[in-house]
Design a protein around this ligand. Structure first.
Ligand SMILES: *[C@@H]1O[C@H](CO)[C@@H](O)[C@H](O)[C@H]1NC(C)=O
Ligand SMILES: *[C@@H]1O[C@H](CO)[C@@H](O)[C@H](O)[C@H]1NC(C)=O
Ligand SMILES: *[C@@H]1O[C@H](CO)[C@@H](O)[C@H](O)[C@H]1NC(C)=O
Ligand SMILES: *[C@@H]1O[C@H](CO)[C@@H](O)[C@H](O)[C@H]1NC(C)=O
Length: 397
């Protein structure tokens, strides 16, 4: 595509993010730091300040406990209205030389995965990839209010690479202190309130009993498993969900396997017909779609707002569990009435630290979308129990 390259270099100075040739620091790094962790006696997990460190080209030491060289520039990021800044809505700070940086981060992204982007207006506009890379000491903190010797730890590292910075062998994995015993499933209940018909009076003043439509008090038990290990789906969530193609006659999924970069995802689903408009298969696909939009188990790339209403089209990705199942059982007869799953097969060997279950991700953002989806089976079912668990509890290579 020689022609389009030539055209780009001729008109490149006009648009944001087209001036690739103007990059003065091709190997620059922007580190989004959490500083002063452990300095607040009431909340030892919290950071007391956040800052952005900029490097022409960082050189990471081979030991995880050694500091790299001091940053070329650094700026404190104000804790506006108490919001943690490394989130999808973006945090902006101005470096001492006037360069303005904004980072858009999906903060639930597990370590080692792409978590967002950082944009700057310098040199006509640049965009970096940001990687979740937590827990390496990087520099002294600018904000010394609580502790004069406060340290900054890496949270996210932004660069032009297609991969996160390397992990030294002595870099603690998130899981090293966790036990291998599995947690009990997280559970939530939901009952549809009984629909009571309001008695109406006839013209003669005699109350006419209205037949109360007693809903079938069917109990539906929904059980979901999630792998604690993540995979990077390099397209949109909608594109992934569209791969769940199902046959309305049999209720089964009929789509082929989904090919990702370095892996293949196999999809399975089945379900019974609830009534003329409702099918259990569709309700479970809906449940997965909505869990993927809300839950921290699924991290979508944050949208980068453009200037004057023009959106910047950064490529979509989703960091999601490598395997997921959901099964709906009718408790009156223990029959499975719906099932959906996907699972990943890797082309090569995996390497890296173990991933253990973060049970905190089983919260209302996980359960509520599932409940709303299976409520589509009302009034056949009006009492729902949703249970979720990691399977396996810990995934190692
Ligand atoms: C510095 O840290 C203190 C304590 O966490 C905080 O109250 C203060 O807002 C920080 N300063 C700035 C400029 O953010
Ligand atoms: C955005 O729009 C405003 C008002 O129309 C204009 O003054 C400003 O220059 C525009 N900014 C850019 C970067 O195009
Ligand atoms: C930009 O993105 C937002 C949110 O996704 C959307 O509502 C809006 O219509 C988009 N604007 C343009 C010009 O594409
Ligand atoms: C719903 O199911 C739960 C668990 O089986 C049970 O404890 C509860 O009484 C049921 N509620 C109704 C209204 O049937």
């Amino acid at each position: 595509m020689v022609i389009s390259k030539l055209a780009t270099s001729l008109v490149g100075a006009i648009g944001l993010f087209t001036t690739i040739n103007a990059q003065q620091f091709r190997d620059e790094d922007l580190i989004l730091c959490d500083c002063g962790i452990g300095d607040n006696p009431d909340h030892s997990e919290w950071s007391t300040s956040r800052q952005m460190n900029w490097y022409q080209d960082i050189n990471w030491p081979s030991s995880a406990y050694k500091y790299p060289e001091a940053p070329d520039m650094a700026v404190e990021v104000p804790f506006k209205e108490g919001w943690y800044p490394w989130v999808p809505t973006g945090a902006t700070a101005t470096m001492p030389n006037g360069d303005v940086w904004t980072a858009y981060i999906e903060d639930g992204t597990p370590d080692g995965f792409k978590a967002g982007s950082a944009v700057t207006t310098k040199e006509g506009g640049q965009m970096l990839n940001c990687w979740a890379y937590r827990g390496r000491p990087v520099s002294a903190a600018i904000n010394k209010t609580i502790n004069h010797d406060a340290i900054c730890w890496s949270a996210f590292v932004c660069n032009r690479d297609n991969h996160p910075p390397p992990r030294p062998a002595d870099m603690g994995s998130q899981t090293s202190t966790l036990t291998t015993s599995s947690a009990a499933p997280s559970t939530t209940f939901f009952s549809e309130p009984p629909h009571t018909a309001v008695p109406t009076s006839s013209s003669g003043g005699q109350p006419v009993p209205v037949p109360t439509s007693t809903p079938h008090t069917g109990q539906l038990a929904v059980y979901s498993t999630v792998s604690p290990r993540f995979v990077n789906w390099q397209s949109s969530w909608g594109a992934f969900i569209n791969s769940f193609v199902w046959d309305q006659t049999t209720g089964n999924c009929v789509g082929g396997p989904i090919k990702g970069q370095g892996y293949t995802i196999n999809v399975e689903c089945a379900g019974v017909k609830i009534d003329d408009d409702t099918h259990m298969t569709l309700l479970l696909i809906k449940a997965l779609r909505d869990v993927g939009l809300k839950s921290l188990w699924f991290n979508q790339n944050p949208a980068i707002p453009g200037i004057n209403g023009t959106n910047i089209t950064a490529p979509s990705w989703v960091v999601m569990p490598e395997a997921f199942t959901i099964r709906a059982t009718d408790l009156s007869n223990r029959n499975v009435v719906g099932y959906l799953s996907y699972g990943t097969k890797y082309d090569g060997f995996l390497s890296g630290p173990c991933s253990a279950c973060e049970t905190a991700r089983f919260n209302s953002d996980f359960f509520d979308p599932i409940i709303s989806a299976v409520q589509g089976s009302y009034p056949i079912y009006n009492n729902f129990t949703i249970e979720a668990q990691c399977s396996p509890w810990m995934a190692c290579v």
